[in-house]
Design a protein around this ligand. Structure first.
Ligand SMILES: C[S@@+](CC[C@H](N)C(=O)[O-])C[C@H]1O[C@@H](n2cnc3c(N)ncnc32)[C@H](O)[C@@H]1O
Length: 209
């Protein structure tokens, strides 16, 4: 698939509905940063901006990147309705397969950065990891399995990574990174038609020495 195909796929996905995600920040992100001083954050695949907006409201300077213009426009509009300091979030429409992060960060976050379009996930994550400052964190949250409402689409098409696969695939230098958390966490979730389910997320949190 070309760059244009990936952008078209995701933009189409967003334009099918007024809102796809809950708008709330991901639990693992909130748990990760709640007891840390704010700094610079990079949100990879920010979608409709739930995490980026929450971070900005908690004093972080955020760069939020997504390939889907519809999602980023939506996120920006949500930001305009909130009481955020000017310039607190840099919204970027870009393809992470080729995009180079412009700065360094106390937090790089990739929450559910899954894509059915050819996506060099580990290359993207490694490039972003290289921008984490000493003492900073890399947070990667993924689905341990498909949510029940996505089963029909996901099975056979998407391989959900185990924690071991996630850590091995990152190939980060163990002398440079401490593993703060590597675990499956359960959470309640609501599907697109209002159905409730308990989901398992893989949560990997690494701290750069
Ligand atoms: C499953 S959604 C997760 C959205 C958000 N992080 C969240 O937790 O709600 C995956 C996001 O990754 C974005 N994405 C997929 N491939 C991408 C790429 N090559 N470059 C940038 N963003 C991409 C999609 O547009 C989508 O918003």
């Amino acid at each position: 698939m070309t760059e244009q195909d990936a952008a078209a796929f995701w933009d189409h996905r967003y334009s099918e509905r007024d809102q796809i995600w809950s708008g709330r920040p991901n639990d693992a992100l909130v748990a990760t940063v709640s007891d840390r001083p704010p700094g610079r954050a990079l949100d990879l695949g920010c979608g409709e901006g739930g995490d980026a907006l929450w971070l900005a409201e908690h004093g972080w300077q955020v760069t939020a990147v997504d390939i889907a213009p519809t999602a980023v426009v939506r996120a920006k509009a949500a930001g305009a309705t909130r009481d955020l300091a000017d310039g607190r979030i840099a919204w970027v429409i870009a393809d992470l397969r080729s995009w180079e992060p412009p700065g360094v960060y106390e937090l790089v976050s990739a929450c559910f950065l899954h894509s059915p379009i050819d996506f060099p996930r580990f290359a993207v994550l490694r490039r972003a990891a290289s921008t984490v400052v000493p003492g900073g964190h890399l947070l990667i949250v993924g689905h341990a399995d498909a949510p029940p409402w996505a089963m029909a689409h996901a099975h056979g098409r998407h391989h959900f990574l185990s924690l071991a696969e996630e850590l091995a695939g990152l190939q980060l230098d163990a002398t440079e990174w401490d593993t703060v958390a590597s675990e499956v966490r359960r959470r309640g979730a609501t599907g697109p038609s209002g159905e409730h389910a308990t989901l398992d997320d893989t949560v990997v949190l690494l701290r750069r020495r």
